[in-house]
Design a protein around this ligand. Structure first.
Ligand code: CP
Length: 361
């Protein structure tokens, strides 16, 4: 794999001042992600390619011969899973994805078990990981940290790809990818994602999954977003400006009950109180932003309820058995699309597509 040309030709001071849209081309080479760091780097053709590759991986893995084939793809590579924030789904789905395509894995899931407790900087820690690994998958509480690491590694003799598995309050691009895949599958028989109305509900101010997915939806024609939240937890102006620039219509609302029957997808989120400074979110009444069994009666028959999980009270578990509740499908889709993303980063997608084509899968 060739070194990322662009990132080693721009000074950090200049690069760090760019917007996510301006940074995006630095993470992509010839239409393919080298690093996967921000939602803004994924164009519509890239999303469609990734979704079709994901379906291919999913179908191939149904047989023993197919699973063996997938495991041979990256059996010469190692991945480092560096999770400096808690995670269940993202960690386990990346871990499972690596197993599906043969990558061996190492992990640091708690910085207090690494030499960071001896005063080593996070940058030196990751540089150390890059000495042993061919891919770094990382979750970090600091927004933009993964981008800084990608820039730093691109300016060393070992520029391994970096995948952002959640950074601060700003980005969760691979969650947004699995959300797109879930939406595409859910609307397979109803015209796809184009033209759909999608509501985001809950803590939109600090929800990184919402911020990443809202951007990806700008890549689809005629999509309208509804941002439904108490005023204190509404989506940031920076995202709204990006949607304005992309020409995507949206409504800001506090009236969840009114929005439910109007939309094709409802993306629920929990209150992100880990970012509270002084328990401020506990003073906000969020009870009107819960999805209950009664709400199923007014939800469209082809509409879906999504959630990046984990959930608290925002979706009644009694809703889970309704076929329109697709959040457990999101969990599994995360494993497939993360496997596809890594295959694509390492340019193994051609062989996987050929396998699919030859067998009419
Ligand atoms: N959706 C998501 O990021 O879940 P985890 O925090 O459990 O990884």
């Amino acid at each position: 794999m060739s070194k990322t040309a662009a990132l080693d030709r721009i000074a950090w001071d200049k690069f760090s001042g760019l917007s996510s849209i301006e940074k995006a081309p630095y993470f992509v080479e010839n239409g393919r992600s080298f690093h996967a760091l921000v939602a803004q780097q994924f164009s519509r053709p890239m999303l469609e390619d990734l979704c079709s590759l994901t379906t291919c991986v999913r179908r191939i893995s149904k047989t023993r011969a197919g699973s063996d084939f997938l495991q041979r793809q990256l059996s010469d590579k190692r991945a480092m899973l560096y999770f400096a924030q808690p995670s269940t789904r993202t960690y386990l789905s990346f871990y499972s994805a690596c197993q599906i395509i043969g990558l061996q894995t190492m992990n640091v899931r708690d910085s207090s078990t690494s030499s960071e407790v001896k005063g080593e900087s996070p940058e030196d820690s990751v540089r150390t990981f890059s000495s042993y690994a061919d891919l770094i998958i990382m979750r970090h509480p600091e927004g933009g940290f993964a981008e800084r690491i990608a820039w730093m590694l691109s300016n060393t003799s070992r520029p391994v790809p970096v995948v952002n598995a959640g950074s601060g309050k700003d980005q969760h691009p691979t969650q947004a990818l699995l959300d797109i895949y879930t939406l595409a599958r859910s609307f397979e028989k109803t015209g796809g994602i184009d033209g759909k109305k999608i509501a985001f509900v809950g803590d939109l101010k600090r929800g990184r999954t919402v911020r990443s997915l809202a951007w990806l939806l700008t890549q689809y024609k005629g999509v309208k977003a509804y941002f439904v939240a108490p005023p204190e937890l509404q989506i940031g102006d920076d995202i709204l400006k990006q949607l304005d620039a992309a020409g995507m219509p949206y409504e800001i609302s506090t009236d969840f009950a009114k929005v439910i029957p109007e939309v094709d997808a409802i993306y629920m989120t929990r209150i992100q109180d880990e970012w509270d400074v002084d328990g401020e979110s506990s003073k906000i009444d969020t009870s009107a932003y819960h999805f209950t069994k009664d709400d199923l009666k007014v939800l469209g028959k082809n509409s879906v309820i999504m959630h990046p999980l984990p959930r608290r009270l925002e979706i009644d578990p009694a809703v889970d058995s309704d076929p329109r509740a697709v959040y457990w499908r999101q969990v599994r889709n995360g494993m497939w699309i993360r496997a596809a993303l890594i295959l694509s980063i390492f340019e193994c997608d051609g062989a996987v597509r050929d396998y699919c084509k030859e067998r009419n899968l």
